[in-house]
Write a protein that binds this ligand. Structure first.
Ligand SMILES: [Zn+2]
Length: 176
């Protein structure tokens, strides 16, 4: 396994729409190694999700996991989940504003509206279909990762940049 270099905002790969993975390719060594490396990279940088475009691979693959994150100490636990060809559908129109960050905009936090409840559909790393409903923080993480597959980052979803903060100022003035 390897820790991969993370693309930062400004790299064109973050703005490309990632093509889906052919289901027959999922069990192959190339995709399996990529998934292992994405998991290791997410854990190394204390992320709670990473999408393949963030490691310079334009494919619809994301991994998420939250467990005692130093970057998000208040985050509820999310089990390790591999999501290939992820689709996220809102289940209700209500939006919730909360703080968001990203390994590709490593120094920033900003309040971002997201749907409170979504349905996620994807393939797992064996290529089996998975479908589940997620709420609040879990739903937010799924929408954030789905956006990466569409060439979007969280600041694109902020209606105003008034809350956009460097991490140290976020910790000092906002995190209470
Ligand atoms: Zn991100």
């Amino acid at each position: 396994m390897a820790i991969l270099k993370v693309a930062r905002l400004g790299h064109p790969v973050l703005r490309q729409i990632a093509p889906p993975v052919e289901p027959e390719a999922i069990q192959g060594a190339e995709i399996q190694h990529l998934i292992d490396d994405m998991i290791e990279t997410m854990r190394e940088y204390d992320g709670i999700g990473i999408a393949a475009p963030q490691v310079h691979v334009s494919k619809q693959i994301a991994v998420i996991e939250a467990k005692g994150s130093r970057r998000y100490p208040d985050a509820p636990d999310i089990p390790l989940t591999v999501l290939i060809n992820l689709e996220v559908t809102p289940l209700a129109p209500d939006l919730e504003d909360d703080w968001e960050g990203c390994l590709s905009l490593i120094d920033f936090r900003g309040k971002t509206p997201r749907y409170r409840q979504v349905r996620a559909k994807a393939l797992d790393r064996q290529g089996h279909p998975v479908e589940f409903v997620a709420t609040e923080f879990h739903a937010r993480v799924l929408q954030h990762e789905r956006d990466h597959l569409l060439g979007k980052v969280f600041i694109d979803r902020m209606p105003s940049f008034e809350t956009l903060s460097y991490l140290s100022e976020f910790a000092r003035y906002w995190n209470h």
